[in-house]
Design a protein around this ligand. Sequence first.
Ligand SMILES: O=C(O)CCC(=O)C(=O)O
Length: 296
Amino acid sequence: MQIAEIRIRTRTAPDELALKRGKIALQSDWMLQLTGPCKVYRPDGKPLCVYLPGHMQKYADDEHVYSILHSLRSIKSGNRGLAGGTIAMQHGTQKRRYAVPVSTSIIGAIEDVSVFKYCRLTAWTGANLPQWEYLQSMLQHVAGALQTYVPARYAAQAAAAAATLPAWVVPGTPFTTITVNNTFPTGYHTDKGDLDAGFSAIACLRKGTYAGGELCFPEYKVAVDMQHGDLLLMDAHDWHGNAAIICACDKAVKTLCKNCQAERISVVSYFRTKMTKCGTPEEQLQKARDLLETKV
Ligand SMILES: O=C(O)CCC(=O)C(=O)O
């Protein structure tokens, strides 16, 4: 594939960027929209993203892949921080901000975060192993693109994967963990917990008709409107977020549209840094049992 190379400039001052934290992207936040295959470099010469239109077409069109990803929409989380967005509520004289539960789920492996003090396959993954295995050829295709187009980042991530017990790595990939988002715009955020030297990958599936949802890098005023089957490889440590999703029935939606069924699924693949430290599944299971016993 012929791929254009673009070097971009910083277009937003740090203080202006800081004001955008958690906010939904606006059309005025970008000056350049990527429309064809390209590799974009930051002013410091490091890769920001690689846009590969249609690279995931075969998998996006696979109805079984779609039905698995679509089924995940019922899992909601209020743990996405800035990415999930917040709503303000008045409590007497005080205004507080609350996280909005959004359709986002983590599949694959995760280290000992939050209340779970042991490494594990996430609940959905453990309960849906055939579906999880079915998704793996798609994830291997994503990994192939990473290796071809961002070889140094792939090598760093593959080294981390090689230093991790195979039980925690998606076979044939340098990914431990996948986030599946369904039809909500992420507020401007940077990703946390994934490998600094690595790169993330976002595959997009679309159903129905909607406008918006562009993914924007506000520091550089660059955006991409991912279509069905597109893949974006990106440095998720740069600020990024989506524009509002306006579906065909003219509503801004934060979940799959109940009227017109417009849907945007994004599948984000990455390596979680702390997974290199996870013991065997048997050790982690014992840790979980020990913790349970101390609580009883
Ligand atoms: O859906 C997208 O385009 C972005 C997803 C994202 O940035 C995230 O899940 O952290």
